[in-house]
Design a protein around this ligand. Structure first.
Ligand code: GDP
Ligand code: MG
Length: 412
């Protein structure tokens, strides 16, 4: 397929994402290069880590659990040379549920959109059945492909050569590059080589675009990341997060209109929360206060007439910070009490009552910590204080329910 043809598909995705088109391209051959680069590979090889490191921003959530990424997400990097639109994807695996079939359909469509496909592998693991399956899937596309051998920070150099030998016979890779997404090793080389392959074209998205996710989806993902960080192996597969409501309140407005469930992860126990929790009420009913301003003021939620409002793509995402980094007590250097408040109400879906129990934890401790961590990220992202109301709901077999899947995907 020609680059021209591929590019024609892109407006639809852009429209869905609520992103504006870059100004019309002039007729003459542009100086810049631009295109889409799909990141694919097995679960956990480091695709999302790579995306974030390349962008210097946390566009995609990362965890040590498989199937963290469920949709494809764009990460847009604009430089003097042009623009690379990276497509982060769910890990390639054999789909058993409707959810997983959808996840794999994202991989397929990213092959179509991509100008270059980057296959990531984990240098710490030996070649296995899953890798053979991934190569079979990669064989579906004739697009130029790069092999990125990731996590080289964690292996001895002599492990790389046999891997390279193995892979170069199995697929006609255009480049094979050992990288460390975590440490940033060889990412400059990767970027340079990608630009060599991308077509001469004007930038696809206006400068300043970061991703195609809505703010609401991003908030849900931040919660899911903290959840994945705090639960054991099988739970990640059966949990989903849906943000029911986001409302902003002006600075100085009285706080405390929000609801909280018995075991929510809102405030308390966190010294830097004192300013907020002291007047945060703790009422069990949700009421919409007079001075609550719908987040949809900037086009996020449903309009009065029930029609879905256009989505606001996320602004500059969180800075990509090393693991374990802790924020100070102020947000962007401002005192908490001077900041407006955002009220976020979200549901965590699980499939069975015992899953719910695990997420709540003894005396609600697990959910509380999830809430504290998620709220910290949300505050840094929104630049406001955040009042977070988290509820854990049991929805048997949601992974095979088209309705629930539509609802969750619809956030993006
Ligand atoms: P994805 O499922 O392919 O998107 O993988 P993630 O980006 O979520 O990463 C999975 C796990 O691998 C996380 O625990 C990352 O911290 C870890 N990881 C990713 N890249 C590297 C790397 O270059 N070196 C090491 N040592 N770990 C990495
Ligand atoms: Mg991922």
């Amino acid at each position: 397929m020609t680059a021209e043809k591929t590019r024609e598909r892109k407006p639809a995705a852009r429209k869905r994402a609520g992103l504006k088109r870059a100004p019309a391209a002039p007729r003459s051959t542009p100086e810049t290069r631009a295109g889409h680069v799909a990141l694919v590979g097995r679960p956990n090889v480091g695709k999302s880590t790579l995306l974030n490191r390349l962008l210097g921003q946390k566009v995609a959530i990362v965890s040590d659990k498989p199937q963290t990424t469920r949709l494809s997400l764009l990460g847009i990097k604009t430089t003097e040379r042009g623009q690379i639109v990276f497509i982060d994807n769910p890990g390639i695996h054999k789909p058993l549920h409707k959810l997983n079939r959808r996840m794999m359909s994202y991989v397929d469509s990213s092959f179509e959109t991509a100008d270059v496909v980057c296959l990531l592998i984990d240098a710490t693991l030996s070649f296995g059945k899953g890798d053979a399956y991934v190569l079979e899937i990669l064989g579906r596309t004739a697009k130029p492909s790069f092999l990125l051998i990731n996590k080289v920070d964690a292996v001895r150099k002599d492990r790389l050569l046999p891997l390279i030998d193995k892979y170069k016979d199995l697929h006609p890779f255009r480049e094979i590059i050992p990288i460390s997404a975590l440490k940033g090793t060889n990412l400059d080389v990767l970027e340079r080589l990608l630009y060599e392959v991308l077509p001469r074209a004007e930038r696809i998205f206006p400068e300043g675009s970061v991703s195609d996710q809505s703010e609401r989806f991003y908030l849900a993902e931040l919660i899911r990341e903290k959840l994945l960080g705090r639960v054991k192996m099988e739970l990640p597969f059966v949990t989903a997060v849906y943000v029911d409501r986001v409302e902003r309140r002006a600075a100085g407005a009285p706080a405390g209109e929000g609801s909280r469930s018995a075991a929510e992860g809102g405030e308390t126990g966190d010294a830097d929360e004192a300013a907020f929790s002291s007047d945060a009420g703790g009422k069990s009913e949700t009421r919409r206060g007079k001075n609550l301003e719908e987040f949809s003021a900037d086009g996020e939620m449903e309009r009065e007439d029930g029609a879905p409002a256009p989505k606001t793509p996320i602004r500059a995402a969180l800075p990509d910070r090393p693991p374990g980094y802790r924020e100070g007590r102020t947000i962007d250097g401002k005192q908490r009490r001077d900041l407006p408040v955002t009220f976020v109400q979200a549901s965590i879906f699980v499939e069975r009552p015992n899953h719910r129990q695990i997420i709540l934890g003894k005396e609600g401790r697990v959910i509380k910590n999830i809430g504290i961590e998620a709220r910290r990220d949300m505050e840094r992202y929104l630049g406001t204080r955040v009042y977070l109301d988290l509820q854990v709901k049991v929805r048997p077999a949601w992974r095979d329910s088209a309705d629930v899947l539509d609802l969750i995907e619809g956030q993006k």
